[in-house]
Design a protein around this ligand. Structure first.
Ligand code: MN
Length: 162
């Protein structure tokens, strides 16, 4: 896969002025997110961000924060296929994740890769920190995923001030 940085396109434009789309590194324009409320053996909220054709996924252990000041534990789980983005329904008893899945929020996100315009979302996740803005029905504003437990899969998920 070629991650075209679109340098020439960007060099010619001031995205603070032009209404033309600002390219998002490595994203090919697709920046969907979803949060699925998953009533499994334990209730959690699956946060999924589209990146490079898959959904990078975290199980948030409590309701995602609408406002700054609340940190949620978010356990990174396996990438999910893109088509999972609109999945709702019943996972049958005996199957992995058995229980009810309903979409709790959805919309678009924009990675905030300050100072590193050619870094990709995958690289940011690999390095353990991703800032992004969410434009969902419930969640709006700037959020952070921060990998605080480098030997495990535990991240914090919280809304930034401002
Ligand atoms: Mn789940």
């Amino acid at each position: 896969m070629t991650l075209l940085p679109l340098k020439e396109y960007k060099k010619k434009r001031d995205f603070g002025v032009t209404p033309e789309p600002e390219p998002v590194p490595g994203e090919g324009g697709g920046r969907a997110f979803v949060i699925q409320k998953h009533q499994a053996s334990r209730l959690h909220y699956d946060l999924r961000l589209e990146a490079h054709g898959v959904l990078k996924s975290w199980a948030v252990t409590k309701e995602p924060p609408l406002e700054p000041g609340v940190k949620r534990l978010a356990v990174q789980v396996e990438d999910h296929p893109y088509d999972y983005i609109d999945f709702e329904g019943e996972i049958p008893a005996g199957q992995y994740g058995a229980g009810t899945v309903e979409i709790w929020d959805s919309g678009t996100y924009r990675p905030l890769l300050e100072g590193e315009p050619d870094k990709t979302v995958a690289e940011a996740i690999e390095r353990g920190a991703l800032k992004f803005s969410l434009a969902g029905e419930r969640l709006k504003g700037k959020y952070v995923l921060y990998h605080f437990d480098k030997k495990g899969r535990n991240w914090f998920f919280f809304r930034m001030k401002g």
